[in-house]
Write a protein that binds this ligand. Structure first.
Ligand code: ITT
Length: 198
């Protein structure tokens, strides 16, 4: 196996995967590189179901071994929301989405703001069963956004061990400890085996 399609429209994820797979001697291609503009609907109710839908859907379109992830934020005080709906939570994007989440947690004190990021990576290749790797990262939802690194909910996600939000630590540090990094380490092992198999 020489090439792997990283099937995401999120440039933040492309950057993180490129760094996480830098040591793997495989050429990483993006949907943009292949001119694929099709959107595969994420209709699953779990991260795994959506990751599989995307990996198998984009593999069918490209004919290439394909990696897709589904990831999101689960907030305990919101019963696990936004979960698989993280990307479109509140029907808004960017800063407005952070404000929307803060509004939902307006009266929730520090000790009850427990949350976690979840990432499930699906790896699909033609004619073989799709394989999965998972990672999670626990944290606490801040009262105000802090930091400018990362993407999505990072400025609100406070890490107790780092005394900082995910948007305040370096990209290198995020890529050591994030939910996506843990899942990517599992995916790395799967891809190394695929390479050995040819
Ligand atoms: P693709 O489906 O094209 O990969 P997406 O952004 O829609 O891109 P997801 O469906 O996996 O990706 O939605 C994940 C959302 O969860 C993402 O848009 C962020 O809002 C949030 N999220 C996931 N990982 C994150 C991270 O590391 N830091 C901050 N927010 C994250």
């Amino acid at each position: 196996m020489q090439q792997l399609l990283i099937a995401t429209h999120n440039p933040g994820k492309v950057r993180e995967f490129a760094a996480l797979f830098a040591d793997l001697q495989i050429t990483l291609l993006t949907l943009d590189d292949l001119g694929i503009t099709t959107e595969i609907a994420e209709t699953g109710e779990t991260f795994a179901a959506n990751a599989i839908l995307k990996a198998e859907g984009y593999m069918a379109l490209s004919g290439l071994p394909t990696l897709a992830d589904d990831s999101g934020l689960e907030v305990a005080a919101l019963g696990g929301a936004p979960g698989v709906h993280s990307a479109r939570y509140g029907g808004v994007k960017g800063e407005a989405q952070l404000r929307y989440l803060l509004d939902q947690l307006r009266d929730v004190p520090w000790h009850a703001r427990l949350a976690r990021f979840v990432c499930v990576i699906a790896l699909a290749r033609p004619g073989q069963p799709t394989e999965l790797a998972e990672g999670t990262l626990p944290g606490v939802i801040e009262h105000e956004p802090r930091g400018s690194g990362g993407f999505g909910y990072d400025p609100l996600f406070y890490l107790l061990d780092e005394h900082a939000t995910l948007a305040e630590i370096s990209a290198e540090r995020k890529n050591m400890l994030s939910h996506r990094a843990t899942a990517a380490r599992g995916a790395f092992q799967i891809l190394a085996r695929w390479r050995r198999e040819g």
